[in-house]
Ligand binder design. Structure first.
Ligand code: PRP
Ligand code: URA
Length: 209
């Protein structure tokens, strides 16, 4: 079964509350999304493997832990996932970045793919898939389907706000991935928006409405 980790850090909770506020403008919204992504990334990357290597300090040489093993790729789901990329890259600056473009049809709420570009050897990488919102789960499920079809087996999905409906759907569709959630909200409304949520994440990040 999927490992689901719901954040309980007060800094993340506080910043998500600020994000929700309808008076938070584009500039602050962007900064907050990036900060939350970094704080969540710290948790999501907790199990990165390390190996002992020799390090010579001014005082003595000793064996010390350094990151090793599979390389990372951050693959945001466009558009809104883009807002989380720099927060994650602040922790792992050498990670490669891919993009999956999906938009949700306003009437059917079904995801449609319009763009995809992934780093080389994506199947050998740990793939972090950020998207601020997990609503019906359709977009996340399709993005993971796509990444898996490229041979990826080590996938972590990261969202700032999830609806219970979307979380359940993603867990059922992809029981083998890890899911990191900033906050689990109450429900979806008739327009498949998360309640209380924060509105349209893409529009609020890019100021398009
Ligand atoms: C939003 C959000 C997710 C998706 C979630 O994107 O960023 O990708 O909706 O909804 P779902 O779980 O019901 O699929 P949207 O389709 O609005 O595109 P955008 O990021 O370009 O605004
Ligand atoms: N996409 C968003 O940006 N917000 C929601 O509440 C649902 C889907």
């Amino acid at each position: 079964m999927s490992k689901v980790i719901i954040m309980d850090h007060p800094l993340i909770k506080h910043k998500i509350s600020l994000l929700r506020d309808e008076n938070t403008g584009t500039r602050d919204f962007r900064i907050l999304v990036e900060e939350i992504a970094m704080l969540m990334g710290y948790e999501a990357l907790r199990d990165l493997p390390t190996e002992l290597v020799s390090v010579k300090s001014p005082v003595a040489e000793s064996m010390q832990p350094m990151l090793c093993g599979r390389k990372l790729a951050v693959v945001p789901i466009l558009r809104a996932g883009l807002g989380m990329v720099n927060g994650i890259l602040a922790l792992v600056p050498s990670a490669k970045v891919g993009h999956i473009g999906l938009y949700r049809d306003e009437v059917t709420h079904e995801p449609h793919e319009y763009y995809c570009k992934l780093p080389e050897n994506i199947d050998e990488r740990l793939v972090i898939l950020p998207d601020p919102m997990l609503a019906t789960g359709g977009s996340a499920i399709q993005a993971v389907d796509f990444i898996k079809a490229k041979g990826c087996t080590n996938i972590k999905f990261m969202c700032i706000i999830a609806a219970p409906e979307g979380l359940e759907a993603l867990k059922n569709a992809h029981p083998d991935i890890d899911i990191y959630v900033g906050n689990l909200d109450d429900h979806l409304n008739d327009a498949a928006y998360i309640v209380p949520g924060l509105g349209d994440a893409g529009d609020r990040i890019f100021g398009t409405k």
